[in-house]
Design a protein around this ligand. Structure first.
Ligand SMILES: [Zn+2]
Length: 138
């Protein structure tokens, strides 16, 4: 699981969680972003890019000021946030462990939701599981 990405300037970029400010009003906290320590370039992590885009689309052109905890909106940001909390730097092993633990937790919830025949809840859990799908993992 390579966590490093090469910057256009040739330097290696680091993956971290950053606050993205939208329309100078809304702070989107804990967004996974690659950062280049040399030229300062920031690239949103590809696995969450689409969902950050959707979130910004929902906010519209004139959003109300506020903060959005992206790690609670998107499972992958949540997993990175948990891994960072556990190990202070983003290591592949810590991320894999956090992702595995979260998937187990979601599968347990899915079992409960399905035994309650709560389809809305099941759909929500499926969405969260798909956010953690292999496509999104570095
Ligand atoms: Zn660079």
């Amino acid at each position: 699981m390579p966590l490093l990405k090469r910057c256009t300037c040739g330097e290696e970029m680091n993956l971290g969680l950053r606050t993205v400010i939208f329309a100078k009003k809304v702070n989107i906290n804990n967004v996974p972003v690659y950062h280049c320590p040399v030229c300062g370039r920031n690239d949103v992590f590809p696995g969450v890019k689409e969902d950050v885009g959707k979130l910004v689309g929902q906010l519209g052109a004139r959003p109300a000021p506020g903060s959005i905890p992206f790690d609670q909106v998107h499972e992958w940001a949540g997993v990175l946030s948990q891994a960072l909390h556990d190990s202070e730097s983003l290591q592949a092993a810590a991320i894999a462990k956090a992702a595995e633990a979260r998937i187990d937790q979601l599968l347990d919830l899915l079992l409960i939701a399905s035994s309650l025949e709560d389809e809305v809840w099941m759909d929500e859990i499926h969405t969260r599981l798909s956010q953690l799908s292999a496509r999104n993992v570095p």
